[in-house]
Write a protein that binds this ligand. Structure first.
Ligand SMILES: [Zn+2]
Length: 273
């Protein structure tokens, strides 16, 4: 299990500019350049050719306030398999593209894991509290519907279950050892990466309907934010932040949306905070 230590082979240097091609003209999803600060920052995404970012009423991220309702929601069943991963720095985050075969089921719905990526600081907040990082595991069902599982990341002593020491590989140390620093660079992990190492023990979660947190800010996204954070090493956070100091969209108004809480497995309903 413990072969090559280096882990990464340069597979291809992608040639498109960060954020996609410069805008053409109007027609839907123009691909205009955007960023997290200044004139191309989140406050201006709407006028850069992504109108939904400004006009949408169900936008992400959000602050999970005290008004979430404890509800008898379905358990999320995680069926993630370790796999070699294409890791790309797309100019906005580091994205780990997952091959087919890993999925979640929520009730009767099955969503394939497509990719995961990171934000710093966290995009969602809990009672106003921000975490140093948040991972988004992006899934898609057969109809193209999206489900994002968010996991908050705090810093501290990494648990063996999350692969901090790399004995088995596939965990946090493998993941954070595989970050391409240069924009538009794609690497292939030589070692398998296990998205399951990014999950907390507690299966409780918050649920609401939201959007992509990046342009074009498309809505209809099912959000599941795990209640329990995972812990990464301070050096791992630093490794990401030297590449992206801030790639988080500010929280958006909840408007008329409902927020739900799923208590942990086996726990009774009504276990809010
Ligand atoms: Zn994200």
């Amino acid at each position: 299990m413990n072969k090559a230590v280096g882990c990464l082979v340069v597979a291809a240097a992608m040639l498109w500019p960060a954020g996609g091609a410069r805008a053409g003209s109007g027609g839907g999803g123009s691909g205009a350049h955007w960023s997290y600060e200044g004139a191309e920052g989140p406050a201006n995404w709407g006028s850069l050719g992504y109108p939904l970012c400004a006009s949408g009423k169900n936008q992400s991220p959000i602050d999970i306030g005290g008004n979430a309702a404890a509800t008898d929601l379905d358990e999320i069943q995680f069926k993630y398999a370790p796999a070699p991963i294409q890791v790309k720095n797309n100019g906005h985050t580091i994205q780990f593209d997952y091959p087919p075969g890993s999925f979640i089921t929520v009730g009767a719905q099955r969503f394939e894991l497509v990719q995961f990526h990171f934000h710093t600081p966290s995009e969602n907040t809990i009672q106003g509290k921000s975490y140093p990082m948040e991972v988004h595991l992006v899934h898609k069902n057969a109809e193209g519907g999206l489900a994002v599982v968010g996991v908050m990341m705090q810093t501290g002593q990494v648990e063996a279950a999350h692969g901090g020491h790399g004995a088995e590989g596939g965990g946090l140390e493998t993941i954070f050892g595989a970050l391409p620093a240069a924009a538009n660079l794609t690497l292939t992990s030589e070692r398998a990466i296990d998205a399951g190492r990014l999950l907390p023990h507690d299966t409780g979660y918050y649920h609401w309907m939201g959007s992509l947190t990046t342009p074009p800010c498309s809505e209809g996204v099912r959000w599941f934010l795990m209640k329990e954070p995972i812990t990464i090493a301070p050096a791992q956070l630093t490794r990401f932040q030297t590449i992206f100091a801030n790639n988080a969209r500010p929280v958006q108004p909840l408007n008329s949306r409902n927020l739900f809480i799923k208590a942990r497995s086996g726990g009774g309903a009504g276990a809010g905070h």
